[in-house]
Design a protein around this ligand. Structure first.
Ligand SMILES: Nc1ncnc2c1ncn2[C@@H]1O[C@H](COP(=O)(O)OP(=O)(O)OP(=O)(O)O)[C@@H](O)[C@H]1O
Ligand SMILES: [Mg+2]
Length: 269
């Protein structure tokens, strides 16, 4: 049977509805993924964050993935994270297909912040996260596996179940011994990032999910290039410091400044 795409869109009635505005927003941002049979349903909203809203979706059987996280980026104008220029220093604006934006018309639209420019900006932000997840997942880091992308949304492996997402590390307490094990693995992860010349840029216990003894690093749209960024080390040391603060509270003995220096020397200098 040959089902037309617009007929499928008519069938898209997710379990999670939200407000009328949110329904339209979900349809617009995620309808294409539904049509392409990435998922069969949007089960619930996990969280509306500062720059994106994350939904838990039921994977389509053909994907072989039971649950999928859909991260939908707000257009730049709706994002609370106003001061994103620090992260964008020295970085190329990316189109949804991953190619760099370098033609005059697009660059001008970005600079003048026209509606089109803002859409390009959101798309670039989104594409950067997808690319970072892809590279880091392939390098063996504990990040959700990226699955697909659209101009303002990405799909990735979901951490949690069909009722709730795994908690962020910040919201739970760990026994000292477990904290030590998790911390050790997270430092290994930070090293995997450095081996790819990537600095997370917003790493803390708020951007680590914890499930069954495993920690998952999330939220990478602002990831920066350790070699190119003029303030790479400063951002790296801040990441290490924020991560260590949580673990010190769980009884882990660690000194953030020394650790950041040691890791940077080992991988970057
Ligand atoms: N792959 C995932 N599996 C399960 N839950 C996820 C996943 N990715 C994100 N989340 C949930 O969505 C929340 C927001 O995601 P993320 O941190 O990537 O976006 P954000 O817009 O930066 O949000 P925030 O402002 O809260 O940092 C996370 O705190 C987490 O609860
Ligand atoms: Mg976050």
């Amino acid at each position: 049977m040959n089902i037309q795409k617009n007929e499928i869109a008519d069938e898209f009635h997710p379990t999670f509805t939200g407000s009328r505005q949110e329904r339209a927003w979900i349809r617009e941002s995620l309808g294409g993924f539904y049509e392409d049979r990435w998922f069969t349903d949007v089960l619930y909203r996990v969280k509306g964050g500062k720059e994106a809203t994350v939904y838990c979706c039921r994977g389509h059987p053909v994907t072989g993935v039971d649950l999928i996280a859909a991260k939908v980026f707000r257009p730049r104008i709706f994002r609370a994270m106003k001061n994103d220029s620090l992260y964008k220093t020295n970085r190329t604006v990316l189109r949804p297909d991953g190619k760099s934006v370098f033609d005059r018309r697009r660059l001008l639209a970005l600079r003048k912040k026209t509606a089109y420019g803002k859409r390009l900006d959101a798309a670039s932000w989104c594409r950067h996260e997808y690319d970072a997840l892809t590279e880091l997942h392939e390098a063996g880091a504990d990040v959700p596996k990226p699955l697909a992308y659209a101009p303002n949304a990405i799909l990735m492996e979901f951490v949690g179940d069909d009722v709730q997402a795994a908690p962020i590390l910040q919201s739970i307490r760990l026994e000292r011994q477990e904290a030590e094990t998790v911390f050790e693995r997270l430092v290994e992860n930070v090293e995997i990032l450095l081996s790819c010349y990537v600095v997370h840029g917003d790493l803390s216990a708020y951007n680590v999910l914890y499930e069954d003894g495993e920690a998952w690093i999330i939220d990478l749209p602002q990831a920066i290039d350790a070699l190119q960024h003029p303030r790479g080390y400063e951002l790296f040391a801040r990441d290490v410091d924020r991560l260590c603060r949580y673990f010190v509270k769980q009884g882990v003995e660690v000194e953030a400044v020394g650790l950041a220096q040691e890791l940077w020397q080992r991988w970057i200098e």
